[in-house]
Design a protein around this ligand. Structure first.
Ligand code: TMP
Ligand code: ASP
Length: 246
């Protein structure tokens, strides 16, 4: 196995840092212990958060990769880091909703907890200064954020990921309420699912108690934030048969 040394830091986001490697097409992603919400207005540091999100995200990516989803993820390197294909991230956040909660309820006055007859896909324009506004496919096309065929592929991959994730989480007693995906293009222009999939980017509800097992515990001050992340990792790692966690 090639050993990829961490070189220069090329980017620092709210939850992760990116480093170059000796291979210009590969990057090292390091997960941070930082929590942010409401476009960075609310912040906290919690020791162990980066590790949990890296473990959870790596596990989900490995599962999706084994089922043919095109991904930037290559492998988990250690507790905090992943090796990934270097991509240019499209400036779109792709949200899928199976059950109503969060911003859709606020924006449209829809009641909480409605099970939708089919998954709803929404696009948000990734721009912190504008607060990531909801946009239509036509905005994405006309302003050059994604091409026609890329939007079609994004929707197809997103719906498949939703199904695969439901198949993964349902037997663990976890309801996949909604989640956010990001996509990027590699140096040859191939579209890849990128960023992370973790309790920061998904809403997970316990199927029997309805307990929130995701970043809503931080957003809404529900307490025991890391306990919820640990619970997701416990169930996921148990399912993967690697319970004796590092
Ligand atoms: P929302 O209801 O606040 O729009 O969130 C929908 C989903 O997207 C939820 O699973 C949380 C996730 N999300 C992110 O990953 N990043 C964000 O910046 C926001 C606002 C939501
Ligand atoms: N990701 C956004 C932030 O860090 C918002 C959120 O997840 O609630 O501010």
């Amino acid at each position: 196995m090639t050993v990829y040394a961490k070189k220069d830091q090329i980017y620092e986001g709210k939850a992760k840092k990116l480093f170059s490697t000796e291979d210009p097409d590969k990057t090292i992603i390091e997960y941070k212990d930082s929590f942010t919400a409401f476009n960075g207005e609310k912040r906290a540091e919690m020791s162990g958060k980066g590790r949990l999100n890296n473990l959870i995200s790596s596990e989900i990516f490995a599962y999706l990769s084994g089922r043919g989803v095109p991904l930037h993820f290559i492998e988990k390197l250690d507790d905090l880091r992943q090796l990934a294909v270097k991509v240019n991230i499209l400036p779109l956040e792709v949200v899928v909703r199976n059950i109503t909660t969060g911003s859709i309820c606020k924006r449209l006055g829809i009641p909480e907890g409605l099970k939708l007859p089919r998954p709803l896909i929404e696009f948000y324009y990734k721009d912190d200064a504008l607060g990531d506004p909801l946009v239509t496919e036509d905005h994405a096309l006309l302003f050059g954020w994604a091409a026609d065929d890329e939007i079609a592929a994004i929707k197809q991959i997103t719906l498949r990921v939703n199904l695969l994730m439901q198949e993964l989480f349902e037997p663990l007693g976890i309801v996949l309420v909604d989640f956010k995906l990001e996509f990027g293009k590699d140096s040859s222009g191939k579209l890849l699912l990128a960023d992370e999939i973790s309790p920061d980017t998904c809403r997970f509800w316990d199927a029997s108690t309805g307990a929130r097992l995701d970043k809503d515990r931080f957003r809404k001050d529900l307490g025991d934030v890391l306990g919820a992340y640990e619970e997701i990792w416990d169930r996921l790692s148990g399912a993967a048969g690697n319970k004796g966690r590092p």
